[in-house]
Design a protein around this ligand. Structure first.
Ligand code: PLP
Length: 461
């Protein structure tokens, strides 16, 4: 019998949550049902998703920044189809693939000075793990430093530089000598660096969990201190790179010149997993130090041609459609509109970000009645109010957002970089409406809290 994917999907449509519960992560499926995210999506295009009932949703998650170009970008899609039609000899392994060379060349052109060598792998965590290995090989030092709240992936290597206790718990012991320091504490950093045993200091130029932005001057001075003590300075651009913050690399906002840069997510154009670790040739060659060690680090699918082609197409689209400039200007409009809401809604404590990476932080309400509800929610689970807002945005406004990290009252917006004035206006109006509802204890936002609290409490028990 012939295999038809379309037929199979049609026949089984609607079973996804049951299958997921049975064969994959049942806890995640339950949470999605509790927060009202258990939709049956049937189509994605640009900045939007559609469900089986034809309802349209504005996607401000973008697959955690995979879909910077929007879903199904026609140029990337055409390149993918072209690749399949060409029947190129993919993954020969014992050759040097042309497309890997071409993508490496394009990436190097866009890097800060000196970063002229590339290693391709499959995921953000892969890219960061690779950076850690480069740092060990190049410095022969054991330790790594990272920031509080940092997120660099969830493999054991990257978990060892994860600044969130919620992620680390249950997997310890992690790598010895990998230590967290506080953002903006230069003295603390220097104290550690002075010991002379730190291979690398790894930072996200803007932190993904919480959208925390370092004080101006901090990263530049941290980089200077790293140079002084022979420690490599790593910018993890997996989420903030490739135009998200209005620059090709986020570290450009501060004129940084890191020793290593990591990229992933939208490099695959929304189609193929891929990551890149960029560094200087002198560092690169320390890992692959002899001919018999030329494969001491590798990833089977690392240079696969579909990923390389998607990367080339993604870079082309970024430039051709001036999406980086667009992220900067549209981001400014969105930030301005959201910031203006602060005057009307006292629950909004802060709106921050760069380009189209935006965090909205909430604070306890002034009104006594609301404050009791806030306290009950926070006692059940920290960050629960932000979750209520995410749920209300989905239920009442058909907008997908996320809580900005475990236990924080922050919402993070990561829209595709293709959004325009129409989406900006829709997002601002939606937030305005949800925050207005949240000002009423008997309104639709707090009405959602009962079931969340019930589940939070039973989870904790
Ligand atoms: C800054 C950063 N580094 C690394 C990662 C890990 O990427 P992946 O999930 O592809 O392993 C992420 C994922 O969100 C990230 O935001």
């Amino acid at each position: 019998m012939a295999f038809s994917l379309a037929e199979r999907i049609e026949k089984r449509q609607g079973e996804q949550y049951a299958l997921y519960r049975q064969y994959l992560n049942s806890g995640l499926a339950r949470v999605q049902a509790i927060i009202g995210f258990d939709k049956i999506y049937t189509r994605g295009e640009g900045a939007y998703l559609w469900d089986v009932k034809g309802q349209r949703y504005l996607d401000l998650l973008s697959g955690y920044s995979v879909f910077n170009l929007g879903r199904g970008h026609p140029v990337v899609k055409q390149v993918m189809q072209e690749m399949l039609a060409m029947e190129r000899p993919n993954l020969v392994k014992m050759d040097c693939p042309l497309l890997a060379g071409l993508l490496a060349e394009e990436l190097v052109k866009r890097m800060p000075p000196g970063l002229d060598a590339v290693f391709f792998a499959n995921s953000g965590a892969d890219a960061v793990d690779t950076a850690l290995k480069f740092a060990r090989a190049a410095t022969r030092r054991p330790r790594m430093l990272y920031l509080d709240h940092a997120f660099h992936g969830l493999t054991l290597g990257t978990l060892s530089i994860n600044g969130g206790p919620q992620f680390r718990e249950g997997f310890e012991p992690l790598m010895p000598g990998f230590d967290a320091i506080e953002m903006n504490d230069l003295e603390g950093l220097e104290r550690e660096l002075r010991r002379g045993d730190v291979a690398a200091f790894v930072v996200e130029p803007i932190q993904g969990k919480g959208v925390y932005i370092p004080a101006d001057g901090y990263l530049l001075e941290a980089q200077r201190l790293c140079r002084k003590y022979g420690t490599l300075f790593v910018c993890d651009e997996v989420q903030v790179g490739l135009g998200r913050t209005g620059r090709f690399l986020c570290c450009e906002h501060w004129g940084l010149e890191p020793d290593l840069v990591t990229l992933s997510k939208s490099l695959g154009g929304g189609y193929v997993p891929v990551s890149a670790t960029l560094t200087r040739r002198s560092i690169y060659d320390k890992m692959f130090s002899r001919l018999d060690r030329c494969q001491v680090h590798s990833a089977t699918f690392g240079e696969n041609e579909l990923a390389m082609a998607a990367g080339l197409a993604a870079l082309h689209v970024l430039e051709e459609e001036r999406l980086i400039e667009r992220a900067a200007t549209i981001g400014q409009k969105l930030m301005a509109g959201l910031t203006a809401l602060q005057e009307r809604h006292d629950l909004i404590a802060d709106v921050r970000g760069k380009g189209l990476m935006i965090g909205i932080e909430f604070r306890p309400p002034r009104s006594l009645g609301l404050r009791a509800a806030w306290t009950a929610a926070e006692t059940a689970q920290k960050g629960l109010f932000a979750q209520l807002v995410v749920m209300a945005l989905m239920r009442d406004q058909q907008i997908l957002t996320q809580v900005g990290g475990p236990g924080v009252n922050i919402i993070k917006l990561l829209p595709p970089l293709i959004i325009g004035d129409q989406e900006v206006e829709a997002i601002i109006a939606a937030f305005d409406a949800v925050m207005a509802e949240a000002a009423h204890i008997r309104g639709r936002v707090w009405g959602l809290s009962g079931q969340l609290i019930k589940h939070a409490v039973s989870q904790g028990a």
